[in-house]
Design a protein around this ligand. Structure first.
Ligand code: ADP
Ligand code: ZN
Ligand code: ZN
Length: 813
């Protein structure tokens, strides 16, 4: 930043969409740098803001001074500012909050009000005009200021706001705002060294002598290290320091989130396919931005390819960012990278404490590491010079953040790579339709790994038609004789079984047991969802509704059945069928506690679990060689999601979960149970043929104008009051309609679907509605929402009904 200009551009950590200009008093100007936090006056409050750079415009209006600079060092490199601005603009999210989301937690300072007694207040205590409650408050404050929030607790009785106001009016107390220090502190360790010239040692005790000897021989040493040699060091060091023998410094240390020691490995000799892929990417390394899409079957050695390319990037003094969809997989990736690249790795994910995350962030910021591995938020890792951004399992829906700042880290990887003029490398066995379409249309460069390592075969997939087991009763119907037999054989060989059922807690869907068809919307070809209260079937895209029927549209059979079946029921049934087997379950309910996923994975690894029942969590890239049977209980559950991506998800899930089988020496087997054996998602997954799946799916998308042929933005409306929420949705719907008609030529391509009630009609006591905006022209769609928000700030900032903008929504429920 130039020294001459004393105005800076600041993004405040508040829900406002634009930035503000502040001036810098001269005593603070030496401390100004982009990426630091400042304290600024904002209305009646003082708030934290982030310096983005010099102010570009000199506003004629009165410009306020900043009050303070909060950081000694910048929290992010200034090169990230345009990236943050792009995100704010694209995701329609306040810029200050974008930055707050990007930074590790625990940094933001909070304002709070506190009460202090005045001289008049002291005087008032001596006369009798005060009420007893007033007296109690004043008495308390005599011993020091008190936070307003704590007053009632400290007095053990309710202190009404009116009473505080009366005290203020009388001039007996004053209210001030103070700052609470950030809760994240860096951890330091005492480092002990000898003083330059030390007093005589003649009269020192033996132990003190020993300490001085150690320091003489070993130089500066940390307190814990010293204590290992002299257990009573803490006390002795204090005394020695006081007498001028020692110098004690507090030195910053980094908390290490990794426990286990990892032995170094050496790179494999790549096979020919891997070699050619690595060469193609490496050839592009110094030629600026490009995105590669690596489509490689499960077990084809993608990670090895990542590591070879990463090594090349590190040679060029640039850093590598590796995104992995979830914590358990991060650990696996980290272990392999650490074995190869040693200590120069930072890890970022939600399993770390705020302090640990802050430390990892600092390592990256200070150039102590050149590789960062993490979940979606690692896309914000503050590397000044990124050379490569890898997104493993790029199809995974968990790259999408579903609250607050609703971004997709996979998409941001491409955006950041473009801004950094470097490479993005997206990898998956089952790429998203979106990414593969980009490869087909030459936006991305496609590279392939078609064979498993050592030519291991992909597991054989056997389809079992659930329509044939209609005669069985209850949950038994879902452990078909075929599956039952295979499970028994597998257990007899002391091998492990994985059972997969994708059941989440949402409204039932309806399926015909004779023909396997789910009832679908005639406008959207999306499964209808059964609403029990209304006894109706509804489309969650367009709002189409029809009475619940008892007979099938396709075949006329009366075998219509609501499906509602989950992991818990399957676990219980399996345990009954195999009383001796050790059965465990992995789903959102059993993995809420920190570390519980690792416990389950460890159980699989050391084979203390025979059968694992789980949701899509188990489908993801784990590598357990002793799993030889995978059972997919009912593939139709995901196929019949009320979502245009249902086919895509089903294909991905089956191919991924099947990929868990037969990774070791013994071959794997998959039993795929379904009511729809002929559906192309299922038959393509059986052949594990991504291309044939893509070809059919892309036609469906094109016909109905779904992404990638259009873009979507969803407005999510929710509130605790049912009527108010509904009314707000209606108002917003009308605002959309009138905006469209007011500028018909520009917005012709914008379609407005809804408002309709969401599939999950109520979550956490909030009623939910939605409006889906769809457009073939991204720019028009974004302009439409931008204008809608700018024209109606009140609607988007309501207190009781929340309106959230979800750009490129993944979950439409
Ligand atoms: P993917 O990520 O494609 O599923 P991985 O990278 O996990 O595949 O590789 C599968 C297994 O093959 C791993 O155990 C890995 O160490 C091993 N592997 C990878 N490349 C080679 C190679 N060139 N030679 C021998 N083994 C390899
Ligand atoms: Zn039917
Ligand atoms: Zn519809």
């Amino acid at each position: 930043m130039t020294a001459g200009n004393s105005n800076i551009e600041v993004a405040v950590a508040l829900p406002v969409h634009h930035t503000f200009t502040y001036s810098v008093p001269s005593f603070l100007s030496p401390f100004i740098a982009a990426g630091k936090r400042v304290l600024v006056p904002f209305g009646q409050r003082r708030v934290t803001g982030y310096i983005l750079g010099s102010a570009t415009e000199t506003e004629p209006a009165e410009i306020k001074h900043i009050l303070d600079v909060l950081d000694q060092e910048a929290l992010f490199p200034s090169s990230m500012v345009p990236f943050f601005q792009w995100i704010s603009d694209y995701y329609k999210h306040p810029i200050g909050d974008v930055i707050k989301n990007a930074l590790p937690g625990g940094l933001t300072l909070y304002d709070y009000a506190s009460l202090t007694i005045t001289a008049e207040g002291n005087a008032a205590l001596t006369n009798n005009t005060v009420t007893s409650l007033q007296r109690a408050v004043l008495n308390l404050l005599e011993s020091g200021p008190c936070r307003l929030k704590h007053l009632s607790d400290r007095l053990n009785q309710n202190v009404p706001g009116a009473l505080i106001q009366s005290l203020q009016r009388s001039g007996w107390v004053s209210k001030t705002r103070e700052l609470r220090p950030a809760s994240t502190k860096t951890r330091t360790e005492r480092q002990i060294a000898l003083a330059k010239s030390i007093p005589s040692q003649d009269r020192l005790s033996k132990a003190r002598h020993k300490i001085i000897e150690i320091l003489r021989q070993q130089g500066e040493i940390s307190m814990p290290a010293l204590k290992r040699q002299v257990p009573s060091a803490t006390r002795l060091v204090r005394a020695l320091e006081k007498d001028g023998y020692l110098i004690v410094r507090h030195k910053r240390i980094y908390r290490d989130p990794f426990g286990e020691t990892i032995r170094a490995d050496t790179a494999f000799d790549l096979n020919a396919e891997q070699q050619s892929v690595v060469e193609r990417v490496n050839d592009r390394l110094s030629q600026g931005f490009a995105t590669f899409l690596l489509q490689g079957v499960t077990g084809s050695g993608k990670t090895e390819v990542y590591m070879h390319i990463a090594a090349e990037v590190l040679k060029q003094q640039k850093s590598v960012l590796v995104l992995v969809p979830e914590i358990a997989l991060i650990t696996q990736m980290e272990r392999r990278f650490r074995a190869r690249f040693g200590e120069r790795i930072a890890v970022l994910h939600s399993g770390l404490s705020a302090g640990e995350r802050f430390d990892q962030w600092s390592l990256i910021l200070h150039g102590k590491v050149d590789i960062a591995i993490g979940a979606r938020s690692a896309i914000f890792a503050p590397f000044p010079a990124v050379g490569l951004i890898i997104v493993d399992e790029e199809h995974d829906a968990s790259y999408k953040q579903e609250n607050n700042l609703r971004y997709n880290a996979r998409d941001l990887a491409v955006v950041r790579a473009k801004r950094n003029d470097c490479l993005a490398l997206l990898g998956s066995a089952t790429p998203s339709i979106q990414s593969y379409y980009n490869a087909r249309s030459k936006k991305f460069i496609e590279i392939n790994l078609k064979q498993r390592i050592e030519r291991r075969s992909l597991p054989a997939i056997k389809i079992v038609d659930l329509r044939e087991s209609m005669g069985y009763r209850g949950v038994r119907r879902f452990i078909t004789p075929e599956l039952h037999r295979s499970m028994k054989d597998t257990l007899d060989r002391s091998e492990q079984v994985l059972l997969f059922i994708n059941r989440r807690g949402f409204a039932n869907f309806v399926l015909c047991r004779s023909c396997g068809q789910a009832l679908r919307c005639k406008h959207c070809d999306i499964s209808l969802t059964y609403h029990q209260k209304a006894n109706a079937l509804r489309c969650h895209y367009c709002g189409f509704s029809r009475a619940a029927t008892t007979s099938c549209d396709s075949c006329g059979s009366s075998g219509i059945k609501k499906i509602g079946l989950g992991t818990e029921k399957i676990e219980a049934t399996v345990q009954k069928l195999f009383p001796k087997a050790r059965v465990a379950r992995m789903d959102r309910d059993t993995t809420t506690r920190k570390g519980s996923i690792f416990k389950l994975l460890k159980g699989l690894k050391d084979q203390s679990i025979d059968i694992l029942v789980g949701t899509q969590m188990v489908a993801k890239g784990h590598d357990f060689p002793n799993i030889t049977l995978v059972g997919i209980i009912c593939a139709d559950l995901s196929l019949s999601f009320p979502d245009f991506r249902a086919g895509e998800r089903t294909f991905q899930l089956i191919a991924q979960v099947a990929g868990r089988a037969g990774r070791g020496a013994s071959p794997g087997r998959v039993i795929l149970q379904t009511y729809n054996p002929d559906h192309f998602s299922i038959s393509a997954a059986k052949e594990q043929n991504f291309i044939s799946f893509y070809k059919q799916e892309i036609n469906f998308r094109k016909t109905l104008n779904f992404p990638p042929f259009s873009r979507m933005i969803q407005l999510k409306i929710s509130g605790k009051d049912q009527q108010r929420t509904k009314d707000c949705a209606a108002t917003l719907g009308n605002l959309c309609l009138s905006l469209k008609t007011s500028n018909a030529s520009v917005y012709a391509s914008v379609e407005i679907l809804g408002p309709i009630e969401s599939s999950l009609t109520k979550i956490a006591r909030r009623y939910r509605w939605q409006i889906l905006l769809k457009g073939t022209r991204a720019s028009a769609l974004h302009q439409f929402v931008g204008q809608l928000m700018a024209n109606n700030p009140a609607v988007f900032n309501r207190r009781r009904v929340r309106v959230v903008v979800d750009v490129d929504p993944v979950s439409l429920m």
